[in-house]
Design a protein around this ligand. Structure first.
Ligand SMILES: *Cc1c(COP(=O)(O)O)cnc(C)c1O
Length: 390
């Protein structure tokens, strides 16, 4: 085969490969509305702040049934601003799971606070209330539960602990926007609105993603809301009067316009992801060397990721097999935070992190998004089955 021929085949392979997300397909369905929003902003030249940002914040707060939604530059900023708003001081300890994206813990260390890592539950990848309680010392000031992969941490238990030890709760809800928490009295509340502050990300591949970077903070506390707004905007309420130290972190008007359109579809998007997940689990649940994701009774699951556990050291081999068959899969997360070099000498571990370690060698996330059709789901699950029946 000629060189050119081989290169063309390679390009074809990458073009046809099943990707983790299909943002283009999703865009095409809402193109007219989204394009109108973008061009309105360009025509008005009001790129920063203004009506579109206000409107989106209001609609998001209404959707979540929370008093305040304050937009900012990205999800990592949201977490940092939350810690700043709570007035934590150097040496204060903040509890965070070891099995999460680095942002959850990075901002703690950047502010000179101490990240204290706790291990997670093997079944749902999320830090248990028991591990959190065991990590509490006289210096502990806050807990950051992470609603990983689209499902909630056990908030009812975590609230009990926070009340008992007088701690703040900052929910990292970058992956579970739209999911409901279900209290034992059957009361439902959106994840991200339960702790003192909730944080989310509008990174393009998140469940509510924009076409660039974006994030938001949620709170029902008026004083905290005011402080958060000030911190997002250089610590000022009145222009050029800086009462406290802040940062520059804002959602731009184009992103707000796009997000406002997509927010109207968020429930449908969540439903599509749930349908994909259930279809996968239906086909894969009886494979001995696989464990499918579980759904807790206290939280709905909006499947930011559909994450399998692959037993007997077969994960990497399965991933390669899927890749050869034109299917992308991802490892979230290959190295738990307790093994990240950046935290050496900075973070401490409360107990052993054996579950996080084990998970990072077993997890494999399959493509899941709002545009997946039955044929693709069938193809992927058939290939996974085929691998285990070889
Ligand atoms: C994506 C993500 C973040 C950070 O969001 P960015 O907008 O990328 O800064 C934080 N925590 C978790 C769990 C995430 O998945």
């Amino acid at each position: 085969m000629s060189y050119l021929c081989k290169e063309l085949l390679k390009i074809r392979y990458y073009m046809d490969k099943i990707q983790m997300v299909d943002l283009k397909g999703q865009y095409l369905k809402i193109k007219d509305e989204v394009d109108r929003e973008i061009f309105e902003v360009i025509n008005s030249s009001g790129f920063i702040g203004g009506e579109k940002v206000r409107r989106f914040s209001d609609n998001l707060a209404k959707y979540l049934d929370v008093k305040h939604a304050i937009t900012c530059g990205n999800g990592t900023d949201a977490l940092q601003i939350a810690l700043m708003a709570l007035g934590l001081k150097p040496e204060d300890e903040v509890i965070v799971p070891a099995f999460t994206f680095i942002a959850s813990a990075e901002v703690i260390a950047l502010l000179g606070l101490k990240p204290v890592m706790v291990d997670v539950d093997y079944n749902d990848f999320i830090a248990t209330a028991k591990n959190i309680e065991l990590a509490i010392t006289s210096k502990t000031k806050a807990i950051i539960p992470v609603h990983l992969f689209g499902q909630g941490a056990n908030m009812e238990e975590i609230i009990k602990i926070a009340e008992k030890y007088d701690l703040y709760i900052i929910e990292d809800n970058a992956q579970a926007l739209g999911a409901d928490y279900i209290f034992s009295d059957n009361r439902r509340q959106k994840l991200g609105t339960i702790g003192h502050i909730g944080c989310t990300s509008f990174f393009p591949s998140k469940n509510l993603g924009c076409y660039g970077d974006g994030g938001a903070l949620f709170t029902n506390d008026d004083a905290l809301a005011e402080k958060i707004s000030m911190i997002c905007n250089h610590g000022m309420k009145i222009r050029y009067h800086h009462e406290i130290l802040g940062v520059n972190s804002r959602l731009d008007a184009i992103q707000a316009g796009i997000l406002d359109v997509k927010l109207r579809h968020l429930n449908t998007y969540c439903k599509s992801r749930q349908d994909v997940a259930r279809a996968y689990s239906h086909v894969l649940k009886d494979i001995d060397e696989l464990i499918c994701p579980i759904e807790r009774e206290y939280s709905t699951h909006v499947y930011h990721q559909y994450t399998l556990k692959v037993l007997n050291n077969k994960r990497d081999e399965l991933r390669e097999y899927l890749d050869k068959n034109g299917i992308t899969s991802m490892i979230y997360y290959p190295i738990p935070l307790n093994r990240q070099e950046a935290f050496t000498g900075i973070a401490s571990m409360a107990g052993d992190m054996s579950v996080s370690d084990k998970l990072s060698s077993e997890v494999l996330s399959l493509p899941i998004h709002t545009e997946m059709n039955l044929k693709t789901i069938h193809y992927i699950s058939t290939k996974v089955r085929e691998f285990f029946s070889k």
